[in-house]
Design a binder for this molecule. Structure first.
Ligand SMILES: Cc1cc2nc3c(=O)[nH]c(=O)nc-3n(C[C@H](O)[C@H](O)[C@H](O)COP(=O)(O)OP(=O)(O)OC[C@H]3O[C@@H](n4cnc5c(N)ncnc54)[C@H](O)[C@@H]3O)c2cc1C
Length: 389
């Protein structure tokens, strides 16, 4: 067992409880799910039933109201157990826009059901094929007509749609050419997937490197009731930005969990594998990279807890959240590399699970925000360098 440093011990009870739940879903379970390109339904059901994904929902709406630090510990422990939070993290944070910007009636209608796990809000549709990272260029439109919004357009990489009841949708309600500011004119909606799929919304799965349930979406005159607009029309982009700090910090925690998993596996294998009549970990050429990856992971973890603490204290935390995501994604990827290298050829064998986790943790260099865009944020917003776009 790796030493546990710093603030993490405050959450020992949560850690123990999540670990205990995860023990019922060992490596073989996730290996099989990965091989079959299936969805870990039983695992997700267990997390929902235990209320673990309602940590960000206040108690008045039926959640546990534990806050971001605790939520991040839950995500970390899931990944640290060998599982992948990507199957569930939408349920933890996609309701944020509703909570911050929704009406009282919307919150009362949805949040208790989400907290109880009876309503899944796993999906958020922002990215489009032609806009990519530049969200201000999205083209999917929602036009108000006879008390409804009619949606047309296309999204890409919308995850977990096939395992969700609700989806948060960002769509253009004012054409770009009519706007003074390109970040205006977009609005956020709740789409009830149970009514939408097949009736204006077509879902096409994207085969991908990880076992990630992600899709292309095609909107063809999909009708959404007007009451499903969240907050004010035209302010959707800003509403989404407000939620990014929580999302980035939670993703950082998932990476930290992955990193500990890789380092623990590397440490164990390096101690047990005998070549040249001694454990491979006795060679400094093997042990130093593991130590280095561990140091970098611990450093990233400090930034993650700093971002969490500021967020929970309702202080600005954009810089820390972005830097935590960058550092943790980098540290987990380096730990993955070291772990694979330590295992030699066996790192490539499916039964060791290293190659699966290696693929899974690689995603976080790209999504939900790519490394370059974090550099851009830090360069322009923290260091005051000229804007590049
Ligand atoms: C498995 C998976 C799941 C996803 N799930 C979701 C989801 O549920 N909902 C959703 O809305 N989206 C989702 N995404 C989309 C994800 O957020 C985007 O892939 C990501 O934001 C990058 O956008 P892009 O792929 O269009 O890359 P592009 O914008 O085309 O960028 C390509 C590369 O160029 C770089 N680049 C672009 N512009 C600049 C610049 N100005 N300066 C420097 N570098 C630049 C980027 O950093 C990137 O490395 C998912 C993606 C994946 C792969």
């Amino acid at each position: 067992m790796l030493p546990r440093l710093g603030a993490a011990d405050e959450h020992q009870e949560i850690r123990e409880a999540v670990r205990s739940l995860c023990r019922a879903f060992p490596d073989e379970y996730f290996r099989q799910i990965d091989e079959q390109r299936a969805y870990p339904q039983a695992f997700v059901d267990a997390l929902m039933a235990g209320g673990w994904l309602s940590a960000m929902i206040p108690e008045e709406y039926g959640g546990t109201g534990l806050g971001l630090t605790a939520a991040s510990v839950i995500m970390e422990e899931i990944n640290r157990s060998g599982a992948n939070s990507a199957a569930v993290h939408g349920q933890m944070y996609n309701m944020g826009t509703l909570l911050r910007n929704g009406s009282r009636a919307q919150k009362e209608r949805y949040l208790p059901e989400i907290a109880a796990g009876r309503l899944r809000i796993q999906s958020m549709a922002v990215t489009e094929p032609t806009s990519g990272t530049d969200t201000t260029q999205i083209r999917t439109s929602a036009v108000k007509k006879d008390g409804r919004y009619v949606v047309n357009g296309q999204k890409v990489w919308t995850s977990r749609v096939r395992h969700s009841d609700l989806m948060v949708l960002l769509a253009r309600t004012t054409p770009l050419r009519e706007l003074a500011r390109k970040s205006d004119g977009m609005s956020v909606f709740i789409v009830d997937l149970r009514q939408a799929v097949g009736k204006g919304l077509t879902v096409r799965p994207i085969a991908n490197m990880v076992n990630h349930e992600t899709n292309e979406l095609f909107f063809d005159n999909l009708e959404i009731p007007q009451e499903n607009l969240i907050g004010e029309e035209g302010k959707g982009f800003r509403y989404l930005l407000d939620g990014l700090n929580a999302e980035r910090t939670l993703i950082a925690a998932e990476c930290i969990g992955d990193g500990y998993w890789f380092i623990e596996r590397a440490r164990r294998y390096a101690s047990e594998r005998i070549v040249f009549d001694r454990p491979i970990g006795q060679n400094q050429g093997v042990q130093f990279p593991i130590a280095e990856a561990y140091i970098e992971l611990e450093a990233a973890n400090l930034m993650r807890f700093q971002a969490c603490a500021l967020f929970d204290a309702e202080q600005p935390c954009g810089a820390q959240a972005n830097m935590a995501k960058y550092l943790a994604a980098k540290a987990s990827w380096e730990a993955a590399n070291v772990c694979l290298q330590t295992h030699g050829g066996f790192g490539f064998a499916t039964e060791y699970d290293i190659e699966r986790k290696f693929r899974e943790t690689r995603l976080y260099q790209v999504a939900p925000i790519s490394t370059n865009l974090i550099f851009s944020y830090v360069a322009e917003h923290l260091l005051g360098l000229p804007r590049s776009f």
